[in-house]
Design a protein around this ligand. Sequence first.
Ligand code: HPA
Length: 276
Amino acid sequence: MENLLEKIKETTNYIKNQVENFEPDYGVILGSGLGGFTGEMKIKFELPYTLIPNFPVSTVKGHGGKLIFGFLGDKKVVAMSGRFHFYEGYTMQQVAFPIRVMKFIGIKKLFISNASGGLNPAQQIGDLMIIKDHISLLPTNPLLGKNDDELGARFPDMSEPYDKSLIERGLAIAAQNKIRCAKGVYVGVTGPCFESPAEYKYMHIIGGDAVGMSTVPEVIVARHMLLPVFAIAVITDLGVTDNPVKITHEEVIAAANAAESKMSLIIKELILGDKL
Ligand code: HPA
């Protein structure tokens, strides 16, 4: 993306005007079938992506496509209802652009949700997994190209991609609410096909517990800007099994919808109890 910084600033100015300088402290990315989180919010402003300069437009069923600003309790939040995926044909920079903009709008922490394929035989469909680390199997990286020091370092540290204190608090909230939730390693792939049985097995052998087609580019860009990240996956299908079964997008969405209230509860409690 040419003149990335200029574009970020142009988009940020547009949004700030539209939302009358409402300054959110928390950003939330709502993954497949997880849009109901915004039902917990007192919504102040909604901006469809189609109206936002420089924003890509989502093409996938089940992805809403708007920025939602409002209060969660007394916390100011911006939620992305609908995100962008590399498999849709966007560049990595486009996929990650909204994260840049949310940081410039003022968010201090980023919360990400996604739907993932399970790689760990201990998992059941509908389990949640708090992401503690990731392995990128993506063919490229959103930070390739000229680095702008105003955004972050040329060679960003990745020793703590996911904030340790948020992970521990997230696990405690899950336990208090008797929600099945482990922590594990997320493998990021392009998709759009789901994995073959041998690929799921391989990803488990290299250390993965879940695989999905989002999140990694968003986390890389967030960490480039030193934004703390919390990410949680709902396991919508099981890849490592002796009896591979067909997986459809509809089943993934249905499983994500079924787990939605558990996921929303964890993110909501984390934000409500957070201290900046
Ligand atoms: N693989 C990749 N991405 C996914 C999967 C999967 O099995 N399930 C949901 N998103």
